[in-house]
Ligand binder design. Structure first.
Ligand code: PGA
Length: 254
């Protein structure tokens, strides 16, 4: 890990209810009370954003409130969608864009993801842009081109200044929710290549400052080794973020 401030996000996906989202928030806040050296964000389902925010605010927590998705249009006839203004109104500070489940289950394209990234940043919010190859793509030797394409297109028309508010999450699709994590060496290799691409797209300074985090079956047991890699600046955690002790264990590993 470099001198970039580590970033750990807890993506609750379509889990929790009114009671358990509140319990989990309190558990995370209490476990991380004295942690100031890591940026931490939680991403509850939309219906619980306000309640989670009010717990974070009441407890004076530095944990950021995140949204799992956004729609890029400001308002209008888009049934079921949620705008950046609505998210800001609920106290959201950071938005996930291009999560693999949105790409591969809900069919989001690179262009749509780029529109969401730009809308998020233009609204003054932070963005975590998720990228990652599927198992078929990895086995066909396409890991690097796939990740490069997703980073390039996700960041189209994003300036170096805007990139200050972007974190890139490398999440190999075959490792998400499967219990199989990328090896520290393989993950480091992809992170280093993404950083090199940022040098080409922006410059070395911007690339060195940008946090690139790992996701895919991250757990307290494997966090230390992955997070010790020089280009891995934290994690995006799914399953293990649903238990306050596991999630805080990963944060402590940073
Ligand atoms: P997982 O999910 O930790 O359950 O593999 C990671 C993610 O989807 O962000």
């Amino acid at each position: 890990m470099s001198d970039r401030k580590p970033y750990v996000g807890g993506n609750w996906k379509m889990n929790t209810n009114r009671t358990t989202s509140a319990e989990l928030t309190r558990g995370v806040v209490d476990a991380l009370r004295s942690t100031t050296t890591v940026d931490v964000a939680v991403f509850p389902p939309f219906p619980y954003l306000l309640a989670v925010k009010s717990i974070l605010r009441d407890r004076g927590s530095a944990v950021k409130l995140g949204a799992q998705d956004v729609y890029h249009k400001p308002d209008g006839a888009f049934t079921g969608e949620v705008s950046t203004d609505m998210l800001k109104d609920c106290g959201v500070q950071v938005v996930l864009c291009g999560h693999s489940e949105r790409r591969h289950v809900l069919g989001e394209t690179d262009d749509l993801i780029n529109a969401k990234v730009r809308a998020t940043l233009e609204a003054g919010l932070e963005c975590i842009l998720c990228v990652g190859e599927t198992l078929d793509q990895r086995e066909a030797g396409h890991t690097d081109p796939v990740n490069q394409r997703q980073v390039r297109s996700g960041l189209a028309d994003v300036t170096g200044d805007m990139l200050e508010r972007v974190v890139i999450a490398y999440e190999p699709v075959w490792a998400i929710g499967t219990g199989k994590n990328a090896s520290a060496t393989d993950a480091q290799d992809v992170h280093a290549k993404i950083r090199r691409l940022l040098t080409q797209l922006y410059n070395a300074d911007v690339a060195q400052r940008t946090r690139i985090i790992y996701g895919g079956s991250l757990k307290p047991a494997n966090a230390k080794e992955l997070l010790a890699q020089p280009d891995i600046d934290g994690g995006l955690v799914g399953g293990a973020s649903l238990k306050a002790t596991d999630f805080s264990g990963i944060v402590q590993a940073c």
